[in-house]
Design a protein around this ligand. Structure first.
Ligand SMILES: Cc1cc2nc3c(=O)[nH]c(=O)nc-3n(C[C@H](O)[C@H](O)[C@H](O)COP(=O)(O)OP(=O)(O)OC[C@H]3O[C@@H](n4cnc5c(N)ncnc54)[C@H](O)[C@@H]3O)c2cc1C
Length: 410
């Protein structure tokens, strides 16, 4: 009988374990994962500083050690607007094979156990106080589903996967980093093809860059995949469309052989309601991915930490306690990102207007970054100005009108 059994050893799962063991060092905690560690995970490897804050609070100050901070982000829209202001806080690019293994190593050092198996069945408790039973033999007071985009824990709760309009799919590869003729920067190139969609190139600092392209599943037909289902494990044509598009969008950075991998991103525009009781969903299993950027690591770490706290402090109903905590931390932010994603998806020029405005005003740029990478919300005034600008087609001249700005922070 485990106090807390966690299915999935990604950032959401290890953060859960770290929080439980920080608050109750003697607790019996097991992480079950289908893969041996270290393991790769298809991802942009972009680690927002907000995620590192959560880890610092969990006593892990060095998750990005050895990787240089990347403080510049270049955002380009399909309409040609561009901003490349240094961000208020630097991001890191740490291959998930390294990052996740560091977190797993820390969780094991604090007393968690790692069990290698693919979980196939979950029996829910038949009454209050009964354990959850996994694969007919592992018993747990609290079960945490940290098993990612195709979560079986979520399916066992009777919750369906996200619809195609709230499910992104992206391909990731590794390539040579661009020539170092300017400071390293994370490049995000939003494109019309498959809108809302973007290609990225994130320098790792070792001569390589993580490259990729992602779009909504519902838009995959427009990418050139002929509307084929885009199950990464399924028919090849959806994947082929993604691979081909990436190669076209980043022609100077061909992917190194064998590094291309596709995976789903369940976006937070369609989140399941966390049920009461002893089964908690965290990270991608809870559809916690920012619909504007595809960032999910910060949410995974935060939700895991909140779930770990609820598991320890609210044994009678951890589900209800965790639901309330998540709502308190992220509720407003998630509503605002959903609103923005809906607007941008339907009116692509809004994104041009937002990036043009951000190119002119550093504080607006910072707010956009907070919304895309952290838990920022839309300032009422900025939203009104954006809408007004769009409706009247008014706006300033100078760098904003030309849509390009590449300047230091004021
Ligand atoms: C191409 C791509 C690019 C992305 N880029 C970024 C980025 O740059 N920055 C960012 O913040 N986010 C990014 N994301 C999102 C990010 O990868 C996820 O949000 C993050 O990995 C979620 O962490 P997690 O712990 O919830 O799940 P995961 O990291 O997916 O971990 C789930 C774990 O569960 C295990 N598992 C699954 N099923 C079972 C089972 N039945 N039994 C046992 N174990 C099981 C898996 O083996 C895996 O180890 C990207 C996603 C994709 C697909």
């Amino acid at each position: 009988m485990f106090d807390v059994l966690i299915v999935g050893g990604g950032p959401a799962g290890t953060a859960t374990a770290l929080r439980v063991l920080a608050e109750r060092p003697g607790a019996s905690v097991a992480i079950v994962d289908a893969q041996p560690f270290p393991r790769d995970k298809a991802c942009g490897d972009g680690i927002a500083p907000h995620g590192l804050d959560v880890l610092r609070e969990l006593g892990i100050p060095d998750a990005a050690a050895g990787y240089a901070p990347v403080d510049r982000m270049r955002l380009r829209t399909p309409g040609g607007a561009e901003v490349a202001t240094p961000a208020a806080r630097a991001n890191y690019v740490v291959p998930r094979q390294v990052f996740d293994d560091r977190l797993m190593t820390a969780a094991l050092a604090r007393g968690a156990r790692l069990l290698r198996r693919r979980v196939r069945s979950i029996a829910m408790p038949s009454g209050p106080g009964d354990p959850v039973i996994v694969d007919g033999e592992l018993r747990a007071r609290v079960l945490v589903g940290a098993d990612g985009a195709n979560s079986m824990v979520r399916r066992a709760l009777g919750i369906p996967p996200n619809p195609p309009t709230a499910m992104a799919i992206a391909v990731r590869g590794y390539a040579d980093a661009p020539r170092a003729d300017r400071p390293p920067e994370q490049f995000i190139h939003m494109v019309d093809r498959g809108w809302p969609a973007y290609a990225w190139s994130f320098p790792i600092g070792d001569g390589r860059a993580n490259i990729g392209y992602g779009t909504l599943r519902s838009q995959l037909g427009g990418v050139g995949g002929g509307g084929e289902p885009a199950d990464p494990a399924g028919p090849a044509s959806g994947k082929a469309a993604l691979y081909g598009t990436l190669a076209e969008l980043l022609p100077d950075q061909p992917a190194h052989p064998g590094t291309l991998r596709a995976h789903h991103l369940p976006l937070s525009t369609w989140r399941p309601r966390q049920p009461d009781g002893p089964v908690l969903l965290v990270g991608d299993a809870a559809s916690l991915i920012n619909p504007l950027t595809g960032e999910g690591i910060y949410y995974a770490l935060l939700s895991g930490s909140l779930a770990g706290h609820a598991a320890v402090t609210a044994p009678a109903d951890p589900g209800a306690a965790y639901r309330a905590a998540l709502h308190g931390e992220l509720g407003r932010h998630l509503r605002h990102t959903s609103l923005l994603a809906g607007l941008a998806g339907r009116h692509r020029p809004l994104m041009d207007a937002a990036i043009q405005a951000a190119a002119q005003r550093t504080e607006l740029y910072d707010q956009l970054v907070e919304i895309g990478l952290g838990r920022g919300t839309i300032p009422a005034g900025a939203l009104a100005r954006l809408v007004w600008r769009r409706l009247t087609r008014a706006g300033g001249t100078g760098p904003g009108r030309s849509g390009r700005a590449d300047h230091p922070r004021q």
